[in-house]
Design a protein around this ligand. Structure first.
Ligand SMILES: [Zn+2]
Length: 152
């Protein structure tokens, strides 16, 4: 931007950015004054937290050492930027929703793991019974001891 091409430039701008910032600042100040002088103006009152704002403040310690001035919106009495991480879903419906979102294929759910355990137990019982039948048949001479070799 050339020097003097900006509406806010009164010959004091050192750069284009400086010029634009001054222009924006002037507009903001003018609009703010208009809003303030209009009677009963409630626009933006929920987000105007000047020193006269009567609502409850966060009050958490900031890096600057001063108490946080943002409005307290949490159950803990802190603002949205203070008060710690979420402690997770509380209701059964919410917990189910999170579990569904975290589940990828369902092969390792508690129900699936218990079913696999049950099936393995049944398999072990069947193999044990077959082994005992085999032993009995071999002992009675109805089955040759090396009967498995014929399948090789
Ligand atoms: Zn805060």
């Amino acid at each position: 931007m050339e020097r003097g091409s900006c509406a806010a430039d009164r010959g004091s701008c050192n750069s284009a950015l400086d010029c634009c910032l001054k222009y924006c600042y002037i507009i903001t100040v003018i609009l703010g004054a208009i809003m303030r002088f209009k009677k009963g103006n409630e626009i933006g009152s929920a987000t105007r937290f000047g020193p006269e704002w009567a609502g409850e403040r966060c009050g958490a310690g900031t890096k600057a050492g001063t108490p946080c001035q943002r409005p307290a919106v949490k159950r803990t009495g802190r603002c949205t930027r203070h008060g710690g991480k979420s402690t997770g879903p509380r209701t059964a419906e919410g917990r189910a929703r999170i579990a569904a979102a975290q589940t990828k294929h369902g092969r390792l759910t508690r129900a699936a793991r218990e079913a696999a355990k049950r099936h393995a137990q049944i398999g072990r019982a069947i193999r044990k019974e077959l082994r005992s039948i085999e032993q009995a048949l071999i002992a009675e001479g109805l089955l040759p001891k090396a009967w498995r070799d014929q399948f090789d």
